[in-house]
Design a protein around this ligand. Structure first.
Ligand SMILES: Cc1ncc(COP(=O)(O)O)c(C=O)c1O
Length: 357
């Protein structure tokens, strides 16, 4: 299982497959019942992950969505209001679990490249008043998916965190791809995590595990999160088979994210030169590349189907925005082939529509 070969799958880094070393680790894993806290491999991963994040404790959960939901449930109580960036994954793509399950009212702030301005957070604060719900927390997303894999830098996190603390809010980081941020900036992940109370990150996605995410924070929070995970049906038994590749991921898969970032940069810079395609190169900071094909005069659906016919898979965000994500299994030659296909499809489309650019 060496990652996708044909077609070239740039839809997401979630399509990555486990490495041989991960499969071997699964085979060798010592197992027990994790609901009784008796799976030694899970315990080892949780201790390792907590130390890596500079937090007291950590918890293995099934997915990024579950990680965020148990974090919301354990940082606030039903009826509270929580503040989110308007394009955040929690708000857009987690099936509204924050309201339907956690009972929370979302308050949205539009950020710049996914980053909330501290002044906007301050302005969103409401006085204590019989009419208002209590605002209990603010969430940040790092890297930010819908903004294009953009980074909230440690200094920006510190400024947001200062406003949160001054207003008695807890701060949670959806760090599904936090290692992408750390690798792109060449700094330790703790430079980010020290500014937040709680966080989650995904072992799947760029780190290539088949399943799993980690939640981290202080021990009291993790105790509550463990209970929340159980309510959601996420109490797993011999979960060491999930934890074993997680340990391999944390030991061996982080530094290689730099390759994905280099490939994304090459892809973005060449896309920027194609007539009819617009791209914000400033927003290409890690492994996600968004570009706009509005200038070609066809829908993103149609564009995707033309790419697919030529063996390239991508995804779309709206009528004109295309997303490509680099990951393990996507090498330089795949980037070159993808660029060739996009150039060819774009040229044919312009020709067909008689567009002079
Ligand atoms: C920023 C972010 N948070 C959370 C998630 C949810 O992760 P999962 O798909 O494992 O539920 C994703 C998934 O793409 C994501 O991009």
């Amino acid at each position: 299982m060496d990652g996708p070969k044909d077609p070239i799958d740039l839809r997401s880094d979630t399509v990555t497959l486990p490495t041989e070393e991960m499969l071997e680790a699964i085979k060798q894993a010592k197992l027990g019942d994790d609901v009784y806290r008796e799976d030694p491999t899970v315990n080892r991963l949780e201790e390792f992950a907590a130390a890596k994040m500079g937090k007291e404790a950590a918890l293995l959960v099934t997915s990024g969505t579950q990680a965020n939901l148990v974090s919301l449930m354990s940082n606030s109580k039903r009826g509270d209001m929580i503040i989110l960036e308007a394009d955040s994954h929690i708000y857009w793509y987690e099936v509204g679990g924050l309201s339907s399950i956690a009972g929370l009212l979302p308050w949205l702030i539009k950020g710049r490249m996914g980053v909330i301005a501290p002044d906007d957070l301050e302005a969103a604060m409401r006085p204590s008043d019989i009419h208002f719900p209590l605002t209990s927390m603010v969430c940040v997303e790092n890297t930010h998916n819908r903004a294009g894999g953009t980074i909230t830098k440690p200094g920006q996190l510190r400024d947001i965190s200062e406003v949160a603390k001054a207003n008695d809010l807890r701060i949670h980081m959806d760090g599904a791809r936090i290692f992408n941020a750390a690798v792109a900036m060449g700094i330790d992940v703790k430079e980010f995590t020290r500014h937040v109370d709680t966080l989650m990150f995904c072992l799947s996605k760029g780190l290539c595990c088949p399943v799993g995410s980690i939640v981290a924070g202080n021990s009291g929070f993790i105790d509550r999160a463990r209970k929340a995970r159980k309510i959601l049906g996420g109490g797993m038994r011999q979960a060491g088979i999930i934890a074993a590749p997680g340990i391999v991921a944390l030991e061996t898969m982080i530094d290689r994210l730099a390759d994905d970032h280099r490939n994304a940069r090459i892809l973005a810079e060449r896309l920027a030169r194609i007539d009819g395609i617009a791209i914000d190169l400033e927003a290409v900071q890690t492994n996600i590349v968004y570009f706009d094909i509005g200038g070609l005069g066809i829908s993103s659906e149609m564009f995707l189907s033309k790419l697919k016919q030529e063996g390239v898979l991508a995804s779309n965000r709206d009528e004109s925005k295309i997303r490509m994500v680099t990951h393990r299994g996507i090498e330089r030659e795949h980037i070159q082939k993808t660029l060739g296909v996009v150039e060819c499809v774009s040229a044919k489309t312009r020709e067909h529509r008689g567009i002079e650019i």
